[in-house]
Structure formats: C-alpha cells, structure tokens
Design a protein around this ligand. Structure first.
Ligand code: LLP
Length: 428
C-alpha cells in the first residue's frame, strides 16, 4: 500500500492514523513506514537480479538501529562513512564483511576499528590515506582490503552541494591518475586491492549521468580486474526520489501503481540502462542507495505554534525547524507540507518557519499550501532520508523521537531527548 495516504481526511502511515501516533508521542516526531523500506530495498534488489550484485544501503541516510535491523533481515549490505556508523551496523546485528567504508577523512581509530572487525573494503580517497591504511594494517599484522574511489569528472546535474563526481569536488582520485595510484598501491605489502568505487552525486533524477559515468569507468574496472584481480566495482548511490508530490491522492492507491509511476527514476529503468554496461565485467557490482530506500519512507510531524501576519508575509511558526530537517536551508530542498487532518480544501501562500534564531530557518517560503492554524499538526513529507541523521540540538532543542509503523502496529524506535540528556556530557 502507499505508505502515506488520507483515509476519510485523516493522514495515515500504512494502516495507522498519524494523529493517533502524535497524540501518544507529541511533536516534533519522525514517523517511518517499515513497508516502504522493505518495498524499496526489494524493488532495487530484484531489478538487479540479472547481475552479480549487492545493495549496500548508505547508512548516513537513516541510521536508526531498528531501520538497520530491518534492512539486515532483508540481506542488505551497508556503506558506512565513520567508525560510528560501522558501530551502529554491528550493534544492530550486521556483518562487517558486508560493509564498505567510504569517506575522505578516516582517522587511525576508525581504520583500526574497521580492520579489526573484518570490513569488506575500505574505500580510500587519496594516496596518503592508502599509505596510512597500509601502515595501520602492518601494525595489526594483517592485509587491509581496499578500493580506491575514482572521481570520473561527470556532471551529476544535481544541487551543487550534493554533486560529488566533478574534478573540483573533494571526493575521490582524478580519473587521469587512477592507474598510477593503483600501481603504487600494489607495491604496498599490507594492502589487498579488492575493488573500485565511485559515487557521482545524490538525488539524480535522470539515468543519463549514471550511464555516462559507468561507460567511462567500466573499462578501468575491467583493466584493474585483469591487473590486480579486483573483485568488486561499486557504482555508488544517488538514485533520486519524488519530493514534489509524495502523497497518494486517494486512500485506495497502492504503492506499485501510484508511487512507482511517480518515481523520477524507477529501479527498472536504472537497472535496464546499467546492467548491459556492467554484466560482462564479471565483477560483483555494489550499489549504495540511501535516499531511494529511506527518503519517501518517513515524515516529520510538527505542530503549528503561532500564526503571524506581517505586512508582506504570513508566517506559520511551527515547533520543528532547520535543526531537525536542514534540507530546505542547506540544499533548497523541497518537502511537501500537508495537514494531518484535512479540514478544508482552502490554500494560502505562506512561509512555514521554525523556532531557531536564524533567517534560514524555514521549511518553505512563499508557497501555496493548505490552510492550517495554531494547534494543527502538519507533516513534512519525504523526510526519511537525511532528516534525523542531520539533526542537531542547536538552540538546545532536544532531538525528536522516532516511530516505526508496520501495518497496524507502531513502536517508538528512538525516545525523545530530555533536557537532562542534553547536558549529560557536560560538567559544571
Ligand atoms: N555512497 C556515497 C559514497 C555517498 O557519499 C552517498 C551520499 C551515498 C552513497 C548515498 O547517496 P544517496 O543514494 O542517498 O543519494 N544530505 C544530502 C545528501 C548527501 C549525500 C551524501 N552522500 C541531502 O539531504 O540531500
């Protein structure tokens, strides 16, 4: 079923009225649909069935222990970007030998932790890092499985802050230098060259940049397999999702019919475009989706505290803000805003803003949305990825609670922070 839909004017997550969850748990609150996580994972996994592949969920999108556990149960691998994320996967019951470790700035402690736990691959992003990993591996008396991240210099055509595959970005090793870098690394005794990785950006709504990057890098992967016996090629994450209209219009619409046709890039289209370019490599192909699996699976619920009618604008002041969903402030991200209880079909042009002392603290500006008033609860749609994981306690607001819905059941998967939690690591 479409995870979020109206039933008799009441917003539901799967088969639970959102208002019921809010009345028990308050706001601000993240609510996730377990079914959507499962559907999205399975849709990608089965679209790639013709390929020797592994889906390595990008933990940074949503790293709650219950979400990771749900994905572990589906057989997911994981892409982590810190020791903390690897720790989360291990604590949720995940297997480090199904984990890759990405990121430009890994510390000695993190590399050691990953190696001691049997990580599948550390994806190095510079020559210095490879030398450092070699040194740590030698101290630990083991061989470190590594890959290099190549920067293919391909334009992902996405927001500049989430574009990563151009040579001016800090990520990866320039395409022109990569052969030389592998050659040098092959001389280092405590490294095992296990793979090749790339990731050109996030929220890609067209398959064209993926095709361009794979066409450019696949011959390199083939060469590295021949020269160094690498066993995997990770083509990264980045599959974009629907943000503009993330809600089913009627209660009867089902995921497969309505939501799938809404997707800017379906798993089928992604797979049918890329499989022909990858199949003959005879390598294990990894993909690292984060947003595609988590994005549409969550919403952020917030209460309208006040309405302020200025001379030029109407402000709706809500109890959540940029500290809990930073995407509008940081990437001009669009999140649909809808009432939890539909009262009328009237709309008005407003700014929805939070309590934070920053002018950038808005969820929308000059947007025509359904009318709501003080005391009403609204939902920010498609907040399941890069919502809670990017939340902070700026202005000393406790982090929100998180709830996971599964069919007619729901449970708290993260308690709301208390004031005591907020100061618990500080000394007088
Ligand atoms: N692999 C690597 C190496 C990455 O850096 C990322 C995301 C992914 C996979 C997953 O990408 P996805 O499938 O989710 O697009 N906070 C931003 C997105 C930042 C993405 C960072 N890297 C946002 O809210 O739009």
């Amino acid at each position: 079923m479409h995870s979020f839909h109206y039933n008799n004017g009441s917003l539901h997550c799967e088969n639970v009225p959102v208002s019921e969850i809010v009345s028990q748990n308050g706001t601000p609150l993240f609510v996730y649909s377990a079914q959507t996580f499962r559907e999205r994972f399975k849709a990608l996994d089965s679209a790639l069935a013709d390929l020797n592949h592994e889906v390595a969920y990008a933990v940074k999108a949503n790293s709650n222990q219950s979400i990771l556990k749900l994905l572990i149960e589906l057989g997911s691998g994981f892409d982590v970007v810190s020791g903390g994320e690897l720790y989360r996967v291990i604590k949720a019951g995940g297997d480090p030998s199904k984990c890759t470790f990405a990121g430009v700035g890994k510390t000695k402690e993190e590399i050691t932790f990953a190696l001691e736990n049997g990580i599948y691959s550390i994806n190095a992003e510079s020559e210095e890092e490879a030398v450092f990993i070699n040194q740590i591996a030698s101290e630990l008396n083991l061989k470190a499985p590594i890959a290099f991240r190549v920067n293919p210099n391909v334009d992902a055509k996405t927001h500049k802050y989430i574009s990563t595959g151009k040579s001016e970005n800090k990520f990866g090793i320039d395409f022109d230098r990569i052969d030389e870098v592998y050659q040098k690394a092959s001389q280092l005794e405590n490294l095992e060259l296990r793979g090749l990785q790339m990731h050109i950006g996030s929220q890609l709504t067209s398959v064209t940049p993926f095709i361009e990057a794979v066409e450019k890098v696949a011959p390199l992967a083939a060469r590295l397999k021949e020269q160094y016996g690498i066993e995997f090629f990770s083509i990264g994450g980045g599959i974009g999702i629907e943000y503009q209209d993330a809600l089913a219009s009627g209660s009867e619409s089902w995921w497969t019919d309505s939501e799938k046709t809404n997707l800017p890039l379906t798993p089928e289209r992604y797979a049918e475009s890329l499989i022909p370019l990858l199949k003959d490599l005879d390598l294990k192909i990894l993909i690292e989706p984060g947003r595609f699996i988590a994005g549409n699976a969550g919403i952020l619920l917030t209460k309208c505290l006040y309405e302020k009618r200025g001379t030029s604008k109407i402000f709706k002041i809500v109890d959540s803000g940029m500290h809990q969903l930073i995407r509008p402030a940081l990437y001009e991200g669009y999140h649909q805003i809808v009432p939890v209880t539909e009262s009328s079909h009237e709309t008005e042009v407003v700014d929805v803003v939070g309590p934070i002392c920053e002018s950038g603290d808005f969820f929308c500006q000059n947007r025509e949305i359904p009318v709501f008033s003080s005391g009403d609860i609204v939902a920010l749609m498609s907040a399941g990825a890069y919502g809670m994981t990017m939340a902070s306690t700026y202005n000393t607001h406790p982090l929100p609670a998180e709830v996971l819905v599964d069919d007619t059941n729901f449970k708290i998967i993260r308690k709301r922070q208390s004031y005591d939690d907020l100061i618990s690591h500080e000394d007088l």
